[in-house]
Design a protein around this ligand. Structure first.
Ligand code: NOJ
Length: 559
């Protein structure tokens, strides 16, 4: 298997708005990040992924960009960004930027020009169509509720927006658009960044006819997924991007790809194909959603998770590369979702970290995950800020007469603001995030859960993350070892093995709040030598039988 620095790295995602505010305006900023670089160095991460910091009217918190080559006013200046990059590099870490090029903001100069007239040289930078029978050009639904088309009276046509109406989709068929983007990417790479996380990058190629989707009963709009996810020219575009831009630098790339499967992921990540290094899959994130989509809650079955993980681990082994995540700025907090955020918060946060970081792939940590931050429940919808949540609430409760309580339950479980409450630094005012009024309320549990406390407690989630990150640096088996699932039908324990040269690791994770027994594999398959790491002090073992306490995680070294 090819060795690369980005396979051996651990990535830490910063959502700048919620990370650390240095000037008291209630919004996190670049100087705030600089103040915390030593903290990240202590944690031991190698790469920082910055969610968008470009100029933006913030309809979707920076994922709507109005100038790709300027910094958002609330976050600081280009000089401060350059200082951040220098300081990251001085500490031996790397920095990757978020590349949002499926769409821009409607306040981007290209779109402002584009909407002026059908003859504008920028018209074809976006996807414009006339209406059909007095309605939208097709029946696609936006990811943020309602139609994916917005009517513009100025020229009597509609433009496509797969996300909010302030996020018009770029037209990648237009070579000029692609050239502009490649130039912009080159400009950032020449500043010395170490790669890109690419926002919904598998949406950029649409089936040109933009056909109608199939409407589900009771719904007004349809999913257009099959006409824009992994579309007809996606590989051509990524190959072109690689050849023209990425191949000239030693950088890492990770493509966010809703709806990607293993077979497609191989095409995106196989090194000889020269597209991307890795992709973010959503298959494991969709296991607790019913047929109605993300807000349609259902419990996840551990055996389903095993099946998905096994498929990806085996499928990409030796071909491409996996990215490993349970959290990001779009997902609820993993400890509330897959663990227990009350009695066993610390144990379950460590168990989930063990489960994830010992798989084959590059692990991603989302800010606050390393101290076991949890979901939040605000009783009033007015305390929520996320456009996806607010649009859904309006559509279902205000316009649709569904009960407030039911929808709030869905928001408590899945809302993106769960991940976006301010980082909890200490037990002082606003969790030490800001001296002003935070743009979104702090999770009230900050007195209990915060960085200051975690640093002081040698048994904290933080120090556990530090250990597993360190182990990765000295044990190539964690990075490069083959994966083997054990006991696929066990609904309580996720057990797997890693093998590299003549070494083996056995990983056992109890996903329940109960004490459960586990029979070790036969000596011929795994012969225990020593305990490698675990989240309880001593091991409860009798002959070949191990007792795993609530959310216990154990890793053994063996042969
Ligand atoms: C995926 C991003 O992660 C999410 O936060 C954003 O809303 C959409 N793409 C649109 O850019």
């Amino acid at each position: 298997m090819e060795k690369h620095w980005w396979k051996e790295s651990v990535v830490y995602q910063i959502y700048p708005r919620s990370f650390n505010d240095s000037n008291g305006d209630g919004i996190g900023d670049l100087c705030g990040i600089i103040e915390k670089l030593d903290y990240l160095k202590t944690l031991g991460v190698d790469v920082i992924w910055l969610s968008p910091v470009y100029r933006s009217p913030n309809d979707d918190n920076g994922y709507d960009i109005s100038d790709y080559q300027a910094i958002m006013d609330e976050f600081g200046t280009m000089e401060e960004w350059e200082k951040l990059l220098r300081q990251v590099h001085d500490r031996g870490m790397k920095l990757i930027m978020d590349l949002v090029v499926n769409h821009t903001s409607d306040e981007h100069p290209w779109f402002i020009e584009s909407r002026k007239s059908k003859e504008s040289p920028y018209r074809d930078y976006y996807i414009w169509r006339p209406g059909k029978n007095g309605r939208e050009p097709n029946n696609w639904e936006s990811a943020f509720s309602g139609s994916a088309w917005e009517y513009d009276p100025e020229t009597d046509e509609y433009y496509l927006h797969l996300f909010s109406k302030k996020q018009p989709d770029l037209n990648w068929e237009n070579e000029k658009v692609r050239n502009e983007i490649y130039e912009m990417m080159t400009w950032w790479l020449d500043k010395g960044i170490d790669g890109f996380r690419m926002d919904v990058i598998n949406f950029i190629s649409k089936v040109p006819e933009l056909p109608d989707g199939e409407v589900q009963s009771g719904k007004k709009y349809a999913s257009g997924h099959k006409y824009f996810m992994n579309g007809p020219k996606i590989h051509d575009y990524l190959k072109e991007m690689n050849e023209r831009v990425l191949s000239k630098y030693d950088v890492m790339t990770v493509g966010e790809m809703p709806g990607v499967n293993v077979e497609e992921a191989k095409l995106y990540t196989a090194s000889e194909r020269k597209e991307l290094n890795m992709v973010f899959t959503f298959e494991h994130m969709d296991l607790d959603a019913g047929p109605g989509g993300k807000w349609d809650l259902r419990p996840m079955k551990l055996t389903d998770l095993k099946q998905v993980i096994n498929k990806w681990q085996k499928g990409l082994n030796g071909v491409g590369w996996n990215s490993l995540y349970l959290n990001n700025h779009d997902q609820p907090r993993m400890v509330s979702r897959f663990g227990d955020d009350k009695i066993y918060r610390v144990e379950s946060a460590k168990m989930l970290a063990t489960f994830l970081h010992f798989l084959q792939g590059t692990p991603y940590i989302y800010q606050g995950e390393e101290i076991g931050m949890t979901n939040v429940q605000f009783s009033s919808i007015d305390d929520y800020r996320d456009i996806e949540t607010l649009n859904m609430y309006r559509e279902r409760v205000i316009d649709g007469n569904e009960p407030h309580e039911k929808i709030m339950e869905a928001i408590y479980a899945k809302g993106r603001d769960n991940a976006r409450t301010p980082m909890q630094w200490d037990d002082e005012l606003n969790a030490g995030f800001t001296e002003g009024t935070p743009w979104i309320r702090v999770n009230p549990n900050y007195k209990e859960i915060n960085v200051k406390k975690a640093l002081e407690d040698s048994n904290s989630v933080f120090h556990y993350y530090r250990k597993i990150i360190q182990l990765r640096k000295t044990h190539p088996i964690i990075v490069y070892g083959d994966f083997q699932l054990l006991d696929e039908d066990n609904e309580n324990i996720f057990a797997y093995m890693r093998t590299y040269r003549n070494e083996k690791l056995l990983i056992l994770c109890n996903f329940t709040g109960q004490t459960v027994s586990y029979f070790l594999p036969d000596q011929s398959i795994f012969h225990i030598q020593e305990r490698f790491i675990g989240n309880y002090k001593e091991v409860m073992i009798q002959k070949d039988r191990i007792t795993l306490r609530p959310y216990e995680a154990l890793v053994f070294k063996g042969m």
